[in-house]
Design a protein around this ligand. Structure first.
Ligand SMILES: Cc1cc2nc3c(=O)[nH]c(=O)nc-3n(C[C@H](O)[C@H](O)[C@H](O)COP(=O)(O)OP(=O)(O)OC[C@H]3O[C@@H](n4cnc5c(N)ncnc54)[C@H](O)[C@@H]3O)c2cc1C
Length: 326
């Protein structure tokens, strides 16, 4: 039976949401292709991770439990993933388009001689083969791509593909695997960035601020609204370049790609390079005092007004609403 292989990334003893979305999509495609889903977990031998992958639809999980792989390092991870691809010979390989996936997938594709479609937002099956839809020209256009040969390899934009509910009755077989864990470059220390409490790339709600805030001393308006909504904080490049906030918060072509359920744009014009990183959000709310601001073209709800008047009221309303619901 053909196999769709996914990379299952984990953090703090759980599979990351983007990995579960990837397994969910793999399962949907596997149904159409009469295939089976298998996953790869690197850097932890925790059975709970295997069970989680199984409950979401993986039939088999290849586990590299070596503690030397606990921290991501490109070289041994690429070696491990390519090793599984060589032995399983999957019809398709799906990897979440996370920071790690963006680094790892091209290297693995090069190693195994596969074509890679990156940042995909939809798939369809035609005559037993995959077709992928992916943005081009910073999201100005979408291309439909197909692969010559196999594996058909793709990275999947987080928060775009539906996450199916787990089914604990579905069990995955654990396949222990080993690989040479040596790396010429390895991580010696990691430092948490100064972002919000919720991780931007995986957040369900994002509140982003732009130059309409006038200065860094007003960025707290964005942070307070984000806090009230349980959202991650984002920013335009203009205010990152101006040194108001850390680059980690930048959304857009040269920043992070986000695809939350709700994106609140505060005093942002909606330049094409910014839209490239957030236009696939499900609902976009824009607050801007210029009725001709391009952000209103993509917004589902537009608030024409001054951020200094609107945002504090929104924050109060969000707090009151959430308090009323206990
Ligand atoms: C190669 C390249 C890559 C780039 N990559 C990115 C990227 O990744 N991400 C990104 O964001 N940008 C990127 N940019 C920059 C992008 O072109 C814009 O310059 C930037 O997004 C503008 O940021 P902004 O919306 O905060 O500022 P502005 O464009 O200055 O917009 C400010 C908005 O605030 C509104 N406003 C002003 N005062 C108020 C008020 N009191 N109340 C309400 N609204 C108000 C204004 O009407 C205006 O629409 C890139 C540019 C290039 C050339």
């Amino acid at each position: 039976m053909p196999v769709i292989l996914t990379l299952a990334e984990h953090k703090d003893g759980k599979l990351r949401r983007a990995s579960l979305e990837t397994i969910s999509e793999a399962r949907r495609l596997a149904t159409a292709l009469n295939a089976e889903v298998e996953s790869v977990i690197i850097g932890s031998g925790d059975d709970a991770l295997v069970d989680e992958a199984g409950a979401h639809g993986a039939k088999r999980v290849h586990v590299f439990a070596d503690a030397a792989l606990a921290t991501y390092a490109t070289e041994p991870y690429a070696r491990a993933f390519a090793q599984v691809i060589a032995s399983v010979k999957p019809a398709a390989v799906l990897v979440p388009f996370t920071s790690m996936g963006k680094d790892l997938a091209p290297r693995v594709a090069a190693r195994v001689g596969a074509g890679l479609a990156s940042d995909c937002v939809a798939f369809e099956v035609e005559a037993g083969r995959l077709k992928a839809r992916r943005p081009m020209y910073a999201g100005k256009a979408y291309a439909t791509v197909q692969w010559d040969g196999e594996p058909q390899m793709a990275t999947l934009r987080p928060n775009v593909f539906a996450l199916d509910a787990p089914d604990a009755s579905r069990k995955a077989e654990k396949v222990a695997a080993t690989v040479d864990a040596t790396a010429r470059a390895k991580v010696t220390a990691t430092h948490a960035s100064g972002g919000g409490k919720v991780e931007l790339g995986e957040a369900q709600i994002v509140v982003s601020g732009g130059r309409g805030l006038k200065g860094p001393e007003h960025f707290h308006l964005v942070q307070e609204l984000a806090e009230a909504l349980g959202a991650a904080v984002g920013a335009s490049r203009a205010i990152v370049d101006a040194g108001w906030v850390d680059h980690q918060l930048q959304v857009g072509q040269t920043g992070k790609t986000v695809s939350p359920n709700l994106y609140v744009a505060v005093g942002l014009s909606g330049a094409i390079q910014h839209l490239a990183g957030m236009s696939s959000s499900r609902y976009i709310v824009a607050i801007n005092k210029d009725a001709d601001a391009p952000i209103f073209k993509v917004a589902n709800y537009g608030i024409l007004g001054d951020v200094f008047e609107v945002v504090p009221k929104l924050t109060e309303a969000a707090k009151a609403y959430l308090q009323s619901r206990g």
